[in-house]
Ligand binder design. Structure first.
Ligand code: NAG
Ligand code: NAG
Ligand code: NAG
Ligand code: NAG
Ligand code: NAG
Ligand code: NAG
Ligand code: NAG
Ligand code: NAG
Ligand code: NAG
Ligand code: NAG
Ligand code: NAG
Ligand code: NAG
Length: 390
């Protein structure tokens, strides 16, 4: 059975398994870099492909045997020893759509040198991230993610061979097209939001795509973030319909942390680089105290980086709230503080958070791409001309 048949079969299975109310996972691209054959994850029906359709350069390799406590996708990788920089995975894209892209890197001493490399990853010629694989802790893979609105008919995720002879590699690459461009509406054309943190509060386990309604629809990963001394709240929403922008999964909205008392703030802290960056923070709130009394109120102020300007939230049962702080220009460590206002009877709480930095993809990075763009639009014009003749 070839790949095409497999995809058709998967599509069929999915539509029937989920009554077509569920995301179009058959459009997702999940590449198990370095794998010799595709694998179907039977738990969530994600089909992991090989690199073949997306990249020509590089070689396949397995990690060293002793590293076994990792997912199957991390056991193989593709590395690029030829110094034919850049080494690009190419995807056809729709010019106005947005794509969640996640790349994972697990060194696993595949080359026997015990020397994890450092290299840059770019998207359509714009530098996304410097991946420092020796910074991985406890043998965890390095995972980077962003939401890209490439504004082009192609998206190229490239690994650049550094000057110092380090050899770049990649373990997996996942691309999910958002079904409507109303999701993450602040992401303008030719802009990307680079993920710094996506957290779910008051739960023990991360929330991921599960293959059914309980998990995330777009393959996002919500990391469970523990807060010592904060109250963990949870409820069961039983799939009653709550609509919030960006549709965080129910599992995420069902849980929250609450400040230990009315006098204590909730402080969310994170570290950003020392350069001035534009930041977007999305904070998700849903009152889940079902024993809340009629005259109770949960009102608090949100403040970022000690600024005077604050946003006030007054939560009501059954009404989710998304507070977006954007654009905030920040340098170095940042605190987002939530403190109860005078008269509130319940302390501040929060269910989930996403934090991104913003990358513009406006300028034309090099003369060569300018040339190929000109060529493309020329081809387009010629095509239009022929259509006009027909
Ligand atoms: C990796 O290991 C698998 C099975 O253990 C084997 O089939 C495959 O050929 C190996 N890949 C490479 C590049 O050595
Ligand atoms: C394997 O990984 C899991 C989670 O990544 C961890 O909880 C567990 O302790 C690890 N087991 C060993 C033997 O390292
Ligand atoms: C990781 O690599 C960077 C640059 O290659 C180096 O500066 C740093 O000291 C290394 N860190 C560790 C823990 O080896
Ligand atoms: C990554 O790119 C920056 C420029 O954006 C460059 O200064 C740096 O040397 C590159 N790092 C590596 C490891 O290639
Ligand atoms: C959804 O999938 C998860 C993980 O596979 C499973 O634990 C859970 O029971 C499933 N829930 C339903 C309602 O099918
Ligand atoms: C809430 O759960 C986190 C772990 O997820 C834990 O660290 C914290 O102590 C718990 N809070 C309380 C008050 O039990
Ligand atoms: C949590 O509360 C305990 C007891 O009140 C205190 O000793 C500890 O320092 C607190 N931890 C944090 C992180 O505030
Ligand atoms: C931020 O970085 C500093 C120094 O590198 C560290 O002490 C601090 O714990 C970090 N804070 C967070 C929230 O990670
Ligand atoms: C950061 O950049 C923004 C926009 O260019 C500017 O308004 C702001 O003053 C800068 N902040 C710092 C600390 O340099
Ligand atoms: C829920 O509301 C009730 C009634 O006001 C209150 O007694 C209780 O402490 C609240 N629980 C939480 C976790 O906020
Ligand atoms: C304060 O925030 C509001 C909305 O968040 C914004 O409209 C207003 O311009 C801000 N004021 C200042 C002084 O930054
Ligand atoms: C963030 O809050 C912590 C207290 O949790 C405080 O120690 C730290 O100085 C604050 N950092 C900034 C940059 O305001």
């Amino acid at each position: 059975m070839n790949l095409w048949h497999l995809k058709v079969l998967l599509l069929f299975l999915l539509i029937h398994a989920t009554e077509s109310a569920f995301p179009e996972t058959y459009q997702w691209i999940n590449i198990d870099c370095g794998a010799e054959s595709y694998t179907l994850d039977t738990k969530n029906l994600i089909n992991w492909e090989t690199d073949t359709e997306y990249i020509q350069t590089g070689k396949n390799k397995n990690v060293t045997e002793m590293y076994t406590n990792i997912t199957m996708q991390m056991k193989t990788l593709r590395y690029f020893p030829e110094n034919t920089s850049p080494n690009c995975y190419s995807f056809l894209t729709d010019g106005i759509e947005k794509y969640i892209v996640r790349a994972s890197f697990y060194y696993g001493n595949y080359d026997g040198l015990m020397k994890p490399p450092t290299f840059n990853v770019s998207v359509n010629g714009f530098k996304w991230m410097t991946v420092v694989t020796n910074s991985s802790q406890d043998e965890e893979p390095i995972v980077i993610e962003g939401i890209f609105s490439p504004g082009a008919d192609q998206m190229q995720v490239c690994l650049e061979s550094p000057q110092d002879g380090d050899v770049p590699f990649i373990s997996s690459l996942e691309v999910v097209q958002l079904p409507f461009n109303t999701y993450y509406r602040l992401i303008e054309l030719r802009t990307a939001f680079l993920l710094q943190q996506r957290a779910t509060f008051g739960r023990e386990e991360d929330v991921v795509y599960t293959g059914n309604f309980t998990g995330d629809r777009f393959n996002r990963i919500w990391k469970a973030k523990g807060f010592p001394n904060h109250t963990n709240m949870s409820t069961s929403l039983q799939y009653s319909y709550y609509y919030v922008d960006n549709q965080p999964p129910y599992a995420v909205l069902e849980n929250a942390i609450e400040a230990p008392s009315l006098l204590d703030p909730i402080i969310l802290s994170f570290n950003l680089s020392q350069t001035n960056q534009s930041l977007c923070a999305m904070l998700y709130f849903l009152e889940i105290n079902n024993s809340r009394k009629v005259n109770d109120s949960r009102e608090f102020q949100i403040n970022i980086g000690g600024q005077k300007n604050t946003t006030t939230v007054n939560l009501q049962l059954g009404e989710p709230v998304l507070v977006t702080l954007y654009p905030e220009w920040v340098v170095g460590p940042v605190n987002i503080t939530m403190s109860a206002v005078q008269g509130s009877t319940l302390p501040p709480m929060i269910n989930a958070m996403e934090v991104y930095t913003v990358m513009e993809m406006y300028s034309v990075p090099s003369p060569t791409s300018e040339a190929s763009r000109a060529l493309l639009s020329f081809t387009f014009l010629v095509l239009c001309y022929f259509y006009a003749l027909l």
